[in-house]
Design a protein around this ligand. Structure first.
Ligand code: SD4
Length: 328
C-alpha cells in the first residue's frame, strides 16, 4: 500500500513538470507502473462451478468489506456444504477413513496463514486466518492445528458424512489401496478477489485427494503452490493433482509471469505448459489454474478439458469454461 501510494504520488507529482509524452513512455517501460490499477471495480473468481460461494463473496464485497473477508466467507460456503466431497465437511477421507483438511489464506499485505492435516474442524480456512492474524507463524499441522482451533472457539465436528463413508467402504473393496489420481476428483475451491479499495486477497481449501495415503498434503495449503497473492501484481490459485502444482510452485510462477507483463490468461497457460513439458504422464491427471491481475483481468487454463471457473462482478455471474492443453 505504502509503495503504491508512493508510486501514485510520484506519478502525479511529476505530471506538472514533465511533458505528457515522457510520462506515457515511462508508463510503458517501467514495470512498477503495473501496480497502478486502471479500475478498482470489485470482482471475485473461484475454481469450478461454485455459484453459492462466489455469490456470498460478492455480497461481502458489495457491502464494502475487504477482499480478505470476501474470500474467507466465500470458501466457507463450500466447506460447510456436505454435498461437495472435496472440501470441508463431507470431504472424502484418506485411505484409512480420516477426513483431513488443508487450507490457506493470503491478504493484500502479503500476510498468510495455513493449516494442514486438520481434523474435526469444518472451517479450515478460518483456522488458517487465525494462524495468520494471531500467531507469528504461517503454518500449523495436525494435532497442533486442531488444538489451536479449539482454543480459538472452533467447534469439534465429525467431518465424515454417511455418503462419504459409504463410498469409501465401496472403494476399499476394489482398491489397490493406493490414492486415486483421476481427473474427476477435483473440486477444491481456490478463490481470488479485489475489493473496492483495489486490494487483492485469496484463499484455498480442500479435503485433498480422495483416499490419499494418510498424512499426505497437497498443494492447496502451500503458499506459492496452491495460492499466491502479491497485491502489486495479482493472484493465482490452483486445483488438481497437488504434487504437480507443488513441483512447479505454480501460483507463484503465475504471479511472477504477470509481474513481467503477461496477462492472467497467458500466465496460466505458461504454468500449465511448464507442468506438461516436465511431465510425460500429464495425460493422466488434471491441473488447472485461475488468475487475476490488478486491473481486474482474469484467466484460467488447465491440462484436461472440463475445468471451469466462476466470476462475479458488477456485470453479474459468469461460468467460464477454461481452455485446456489437451483439446476435447
Ligand atoms: C490436492 N489440489 O490436495 C488438491 C486436490 C484438488 O479438488 O484440487 N481437489 O492436491
Amino acid at each position: 500500500m505504502q509503495r503504491r501510494k508512493f508510486l501514485k504520488n510520484s506519478t502525479l507529482g511529476t505530471a506538472g513538470i514533465l511533458s505528457a509524452p515522457l510520462i506515457a513512455s515511462q508508463a510503458s517501460t517501467n514495470p512498477a507502473t503495473y501496480s497502478l490499477p486502471q479500475q478498482t471495480t470489485p470482482i471475485v473468481l473461484a475454481t469450478w462451478d461454485v455459484a453459492n460461494a462466489t455469490s456470498r463473496a460478492w455480497e461481502v464485497l458489495r457491502e464494502g468489506a475487504s477482499s480478505l473477508d470476501a474470500v474467507e466467507q466465500g470458501v466457507m460456503v463450500e466447506e460447510a456444504d456436505e454435498s461437495n466431497q472435496t472440501v470441508g465437511k463431507g470431504g472424502r477421507p484418506d485411505r484409512d477413513g480420516q477426513v483431513t483438511l488443508d487450507a490457506c489464506i493470503m491478504d493484500q499485505d502479503g500476510n498468510c496463514g495455513s493449516v494442514v492435516y486438520l481434523r474435526n474442524v469444518v472451517h479450515a480456512v478460518s483456522v488458517a486466518r487465525k494462524v495468520m492474524e494471531e500467531t507469528p507463524h504461517v503454518m500449523l499441522a495436525g494435532d497442533g492445528a486442531e488444538k489451536f482451533a479449539y482454543e480459538h472457539g472452533f467447534p469439534k465436528e465429525e467431518l465424515l458424512t454417511q455418503q462419504s463413508r459409504k463410498e469409501w467402504e465401496e472403494w476399499k473393496k476394489t482398491s489397490q489401496y493406493k490414492p486415486i489420481i483421476n481427473i474427476e476428483n477435483h473440486d477444491t475451491i481456490g478463490m481470488l478477489a479485489i475489493d473496492h479499495q483495489g486490494n487483492i486477497s485469496g484463499a484455498c481449501t480442500t479435503s485433498g485427494m480422495a483416499y490419499k495415503v494418510a498424512g499426505r498434503i497437497g498443494d492447496s495449503p502451500i503458499i506459492g503452490a496452491g495460492l499466491f497473492v502479491d497485491n502489486e501484481v495479482g493472484g493465482a490459485t490452483a486445483t488438481g493433482v497437488g504434487e504437480e502444482v507443488v513441483r512447479t510452485v505454480g501460483s507463484f510462477l503465475i504471479v511472477e509471469l504477470m509481474r513481467q507483463g503477461k496477462s492472467p490468461q497467458q500466465a496460466c497457460e505458461i504454468a500449465v505448459k511448464r507442468i506438461v513439458d516436465k511431465n510425460p504422464g500429464y495425460r493422466e491427471f488434471q491441473v488447472g489454474f485461475i488468475a487475476l491481475n490488478k486491473k481486474g483481468e482474469t484467466g484460467g487454463y488447465c491440462i484436461q478439458p472440463g475445468f471451469n471457473y466462476r466470476t462475479y462482478s458488477e456485470e453479474g455471474h459468469h461460468l467460464t469454461p477454461a481452455a485446456s492443453y489437451i483439446s476435447n
